[in-house]
Design a protein around this ligand. Structure first.
Ligand code: ZN
Length: 279
């Protein structure tokens, strides 16, 4: 029964998203670099340079304030300064968890399965209740403000794993949008964009092989949608085959779906509220 309920909920979301269609008349690519943290050092800047060279003129950077409790941005001023210098005028910084590490496992079997198959224990927000989620978001926002002088307008949970209380906490924190695997949500007026995320997995050879096939299929099928979404991880760049797969996706998508960040998407859709500018 829960599965049926979940399927119905997904079907209704899809229907509502398609109904929202005329609000999003333009074709667009949302390209994001996940796990931006000093823990990944130079790999972050190599990834940004690569994406820029492939035509990603507007890039979303998902920044983790204190990756695995060992890379607090405030302890890495050189990284922060370099990141600010590297940002292009259209890039947007987004809050991506606080530690990017789960400290409690979800109680239900389906949640446990998602945690083990979708992420290596990094679903930090998957099982958090409202108050704890709001507290972590506040800490994350403070850190981004102090270290980078940035006030993001969006939140992306690590591995896109979040519950309804987390979504309420994101909205209660004054943030304007969040996303999961399938949708991007405008938290102010309830609009949503159907844009299944295409991401690669670099953890082991089997996943890498599957990822390449998935990327090939996604690069052809997803452009039927107005909005396509590509999630890139710094680890992808350690494997030439994954880089080639990413390049194929970008080559196929960008000519008809020019890159945008969420601030630009909401603005062009005439969202009723204003969005804060990233630097
Ligand atoms: Zn992540």
């Amino acid at each position: 029964m829960p599965r049926l309920a979940q399927a119905l909920e997904t079907a209704s979301k899809v229907a509502r998203a398609l109904d929202d269609g005329p609000r999003w008349p333009e074709r667009q690519s949302l390209v994001s670099l996940h796990d931006v943290t000093p823990a990944h050092g130079d790999a972050i800047f190599a990834a940004i340079d690569h994406l820029r060279a492939r035509g990603v003129a507007a890039l979303t950077l998902l920044v983790v304030p204190n990756y695995h409790h060992r890379a607090d941005l405030r302890d890495h001023p050189e990284f922060c300064q370099r990141l600010r210098k590297t940002l292009g005028p259209r890039d947007e910084i987004v809050l991506h968890g606080l530690y990017h590490l789960a400290d409690q496992l979800p109680a239900d079997a389906l949640g446990k399965l998602a945690a083990s198959t979708l992420t290596a224990g990094e679903g930090e927000f998957q099982a958090l209740p409202f108050a704890a989620a709001k507290d972590r978001i506040a800490k994350g926002l403070r850190c981004l403000d102090r270290a980078l002088g940035v006030r993001p307008s969006g939140f992306v949970a690590p591995a896109w794993l979040q519950n309804d209380e987390v979504v309420r906490a994101v909205a209660a924190s004054g943030l304007l949008w969040c996303e999961d695997h399938a949708f991007v949500y405008d938290l102010k007026d309830g609009a949503q964009i159907l844009a299944p995320a295409l991401s690669l997995a670099s953890r082991d050879p089997l996943r890498r092989l599957g990822s390449r096939a998935f990327a090939r299929a996604g690069s052809r099928v997803l452009p039927a949608l107005r909005t396509v979404r590509l999630a890139v991880h710094p680890g992808d760049f350690a494997f030439p085959q994954l880089v080639a797969a990413l390049d194929t996706v970008l080559d196929r998508w960008l000519p008809d779906h020019p890159p945008k960040v969420m601030r630009e998407v909401w603005q062009s859709a005439g969202a009723r509220h204003s969005y804060t500018e990233s630097p």
